[in-house]
Design a protein. Structure first.
Length: 183
């Protein structure tokens, strides 16, 4: 199976009933048809990314990082670098950005989001087509932020709504909570 086909499978597996997420799914699937290089950051129109909504071992809190460049609270995630196993990419990025080992991806992706990344240096403005997974941290997880963030912090689900965050992050947190509650 081609790597891009593997990524498309992850996108197709997201079922939320949310009209915004459904619109993102359609756009992502069209993008994959139109861009054979959609898994590579060299695709200048945009590219697939994968991220992780990390919950603690009890399922009561989520982990966010304060992104150094974007100066916002975000979930860990990043570029997939040509790999179609987006769940593995989300876990890899989450481990790199939080220092937590033995993260567990829970089921298929729980959310989709397309957001614009501003022009920076030689990199033009482009879109990230983000496939988002629920990931559980092990009991006793120790946080160790890398250079991509200025802070890592656990938040209760309700606390996230009080932060200055993108509405897509609020939707992601709600999807994570629903998956945990509904099983």
């Amino acid at each position: 199976m081609r790597e891009l086909d593997r990524a498309v499978h992850h996108v197709q597996a997201v079922v939320t009933g949310d009209p915004e997420v459904d619109a993102f799914r359609r756009r992502m699937l069209r993008f994959a048809v139109d861009h054979d290089d959609a898994l590579l950051r060299s695709c200048l129109d945009g590219h697939f990314t994968a991220s992780a909504m990390i919950v603690d071992h009890t399922g009561a809190r989520v982990l966010l990082l304060h992104h150094t460049k974007l100066e916002r609270w975000l979930q860990p995630g990043g570029h997939v670098d040509g790999k179609g196993d987006l769940a593995d990419a989300a876990r890899r990025e989450a481990t790199e950005e939080t220092g937590i080992n033995d993260l567990e991806v829970i089921g298929p992706a729980i959310d989709l989001d397309i957001h614009t990344i501003p022009e920076r240096g030689n990199e033009p403005e482009h879109e990230h087509l983000d496939v988002r997974f629920l990931v559980r941290a092990p009991d006793g997880a120790v946080l160790d932020a890398n250079h991509e963030s200025t802070d890592l912090r656990w938040f209760g689900f309700a606390e996230v709504a009080d932060l200055d965050v993108d509405p897509g992050l609020i939707r992601l947190v709600a999807s994570a909570r629903a998956r945990i509650v509904d099983g």
